[in-house]
Design a binder for this molecule. Structure first.
Ligand code: AMP
Ligand code: MG
Length: 317
């Protein structure tokens, strides 16, 4: 049996599968199987108040998870799927409450990673797939990040290489009263506005839907303390630390010198985003006294999403 067929059988039997997507690796279970979804929450240590994203292999399958589907949702889905945009709509009755954390809306998307699509196709029904990390930690973007966290008995791991995007999807609430970006991603509000033909609100506060975990300050956090600096020279203040790891700035790294370590970062936004979580994990694995990140200044949605994730990585817990 090939890996996809094996993973599909495991899911049908109530098991959990680590699945590559173009954003990050997800910890998948059948949406329909409330017990399996509960095991996803338990395995991650995820608060039961934090709803999951449903992953479908087609627009029709995604639509089947929603009680209502608007022309605007259709336009957004056709423009961005398969891809890193999640739409939040009223949930269909059959979707278990545990998936939506008891809420009346469901978050759905069609990922564009071929392994994710093949797996959902093989199962023939949608999957929940929150990031395949322990709740609050940095999301996994390579199969190495996934392995080691989960025992083989607990999770069947599918290898799909390094994630192409490397940051979580843009989450957009599609309401009758308007559109709101609940979590920024590489697809920015301007692109969404262009497709929808009306303005998009930013920020989840007051969105009238379940709060996005992205809204909880501390998230995507290494074990080590993370501090952000605006300019490389501001990092000098941390040279007195017992061991600082410096990440960036974009296009290079600071000139640190032992016992400190510098991790160079790309100047290109997409490449920076793709490598950010790996850099944070590499830094954390060195067990430094502090991780100092030089915040990129670039303009555009990918840089905005990078800065938002860095803000959460550095938020007080
Ligand atoms: P993760 O699975 O770790 O990528 O996180 C899923 C993201 O989707 C979080 O930011 C959730 O709050 C958000 N989300 C999922 N379902 C909903 C929903 N029904 N309403 C609002 N946000 C949601
Ligand atoms: Mg997550």
């Amino acid at each position: 049996m090939d890996a996809i067929a094996h993973a599909a059988a495991h899911l049908r039997a109530g098991g959990l599968v680590a699945m590559p997507t173009e954003t990050v690796y997800g910890l998948a279970a059948l949406v329909r199987d409330a017990g399996a979804v509960e095991r996803v929450f338990a395995a991650k240590g995820r608060p039961s108040t934090n709803p999951l994203i449903v992953h479908a292999s087609s627009l029709e399958m995604a639509r089947g998870c929603c009680a209502t589907w608007t022309a605007e949702a259709d336009a957004l889905a056709r423009a961005f799927w398969p891809g890193p945009v999640t739409l939040v709509l009223p949930k269909a009755d059959w979707v278990p409450d545990v998936v939506t954390a008891g809420g009346r809306t469901v978050a759905v998307r069609v990922p564009r990673h071929p392994v994710a699509l093949a797996l959902i196709e093989a199962v023939g029904e949608p999957l929940v797939a929150p990031s395949a990390n322990k709740s609050g930690y940095v999301s996994p973007t390579t199969v190495e990040h996934v392995r080691g966290v989960w025992s083989e008995a607990q999770v069947f791991v599918l290898d799909g290489g390094a994630c192409e995007v490397g940051l979580e999807s843009t989450v957009v609430a599609v309401g009758h009263d308007g559109l709101r970006v609940l979590r920024p991603g590489v697809i920015g509000p301007e692109e969404i506005e262009r497709v929808a033909g009306r303005p998009v609100q930013e920020g989840g506060e007051g969105a009238g839907v379940a709060a996005s975990p992205g809204l909880i300050g501390a998230h995507y956090q290494p074990q080590a303390r993370v501090v952000l600096v605006e300019r490389p020279e501001d990092g000098r203040a941390y040279l007195g630390e017992s061991k600082a790891v410096f990440i960036g700035p974009p296009g290079g790294g600071v000139d640190a010198g032992a016992p400190h370590v510098a991790i160079a970062m790309a100047g290109d936004a997409a490449e920076y985003a793709r490598n950010l979580y790996d850099a944070l994990r590499q830094a954390d694995a060195m067990e430094p006294s502090v991780i100092v990140v030089c915040v990129p200044e670039g303009v555009g949605p990918t840089w905005d999403a990078v800065r938002e994730r860095l803000g959460r990585a550095a938020a007080s817990r």
